[in-house]
Write a protein that binds this ligand. Sequence first.
Ligand code: VG1
Ligand code: CO
Length: 544
Amino acid sequence: MEIKTIASRPFPDQRPGTSGLRKKVTVFQKPHYLENFVQATFNALGGVDKKQIAIGGDGRFFNQQALQTIIRMAAANGIKKIMVGLSGILSTPAASCVIRKYRLDGAFILSASHNPGGPRGDFGIKFNTANGGPAPEKVTEKIYKESLALKSYRTIDNPDINLDEIAVFTIGDLQLEVFDPVKDYADLMAEIFDFDLIGSLLRNPDFSFRFDAMHAVTGPYAEEIFVNRLGAAADSLLNCTPKPDFGGGHPDPNLKYAAELVALMFADKAPAFGAASDGDGDRNMILGDNFFVNPSDSVAVIAANAHLIKGYKNGLKGLARSMPTSCALDAVAKELKIECFETPTGWKFFGNLLDAGRLSICGEESFGTSSDHVREKDGLWAVLCWLNLLAVKKLSVNNIVNEHWRKFGRNFYSRHDYEEVDSKIANTIAADLRDRLATLAGRKFGALEVSRADDFSYRDPIDNSLSENQGLRLIFSDNSRIILRLSGTGTKGATLRLYFEKIEKDPAKMNLDPQTALAPLIKLAEELTDIRKLTGRLEPTVIT
Ligand code: VG1
Ligand code: CO
């Protein structure tokens, strides 16, 4: 096996964002672009000689080609073993599961998550470390530094490997195993949840359920778990064949992009339960009959009821949420008398707390929920949590959430996204507000009094690392919040996110529409930022 050293030059734009490196497919298709990033990652790890990794992706366009490139580079860099998901498929939570189960040194996950795919769509790559979680900031910064200093990468000449059959190959000293990407993950789910109980619910003719894989990675997982293991009717599953362009859709499980499921669930005689997941299977949306469960509520409900689920019956160690996620989870932590951490946006910030045994369940407002069973957010896990709770509590989704609100109060919550805004304008809007923060504290806007205005920074309690500039916060005297952040996952222009929260303890006011309940905060944020005028948008691109 002749190792070739290919001369290359750094690309200046390979700093990983909230979740890996995401760019247009056409950027990744540039000669040496992917190779540089992969070599920079290997270098940042101090070399990968004799290491063992998993690779796979969400099946999007360019997945197959990228996998073959990584396999050649892995062989040239001395990797001992690679596990590749059959047909190149591996969901993000399943990658985390196999790293941990087989004690691998890490994994490359090829995905741009919920971003659209196809030749004109997005591609992405992220590296997860030996704990199964996304590389922490100190590793991603090292990768970025290595990418800026890169002069060459190593590869070999080798024909493409057939990844469509379970098999073991040898390439020089590298052992390559094409493995079933579904089985280990499904086995883990069976350890956590009561499959007999969930199975009897799913087979009950009075119960109806729909799961929408959005033509993305969870299709094969959903078929194995819901149909083969739990006995659900095959027609409960929608769009379960992964497609390179996600069927032309946007594999983002929210009220706008999961339109097919949303239409079913908000119709007359809707199913009792509906759920969807995203491109790489780490996000989830939970719906009841004509009812949307806000992701911030979902994680709070799961945490409050976790003792009813086999895997958590011995209690929870702690809880955590990203800063913009509503404080509904904090109320649960208080009741359970356990810690609740507030971290910056992105799953990588939960890793240290999970590894240190300080944390059992965590979540983000962006449809991400999970626990210490892996080190990633996990879409199907969240769906199974809800099914398990429905089976135990014998209540509707709507009733479970309302019961929760009556006990803990309702945290009205909404996120407004302005997508593909001119980067300069978006940066100016954020910078202007940041500059005015100091003058806002103490000011009154109608009934709203600002008690605190800052740019969120986070000191990791385990390794003491500091992450600054994680989102602008206005916190009001009644604990309402307005938050402004720039997205770190987009590939075109900039995405501005405005987040709104208001806590309501009066049961008589709990059934308002969130947009109505939050209207004064929304109006104030729009006035303070002048976002509509400056972006030239009449309304946000997506409202959740
Ligand atoms: C978004 C979400 C964040 C999530 C991240 C990755 O990041 O807000 O909560 O962790 O996507 O999720 P940003 O920087 O665009 O706000 V995924 O499913 O895209 O890997
Ligand atoms: Co995702």
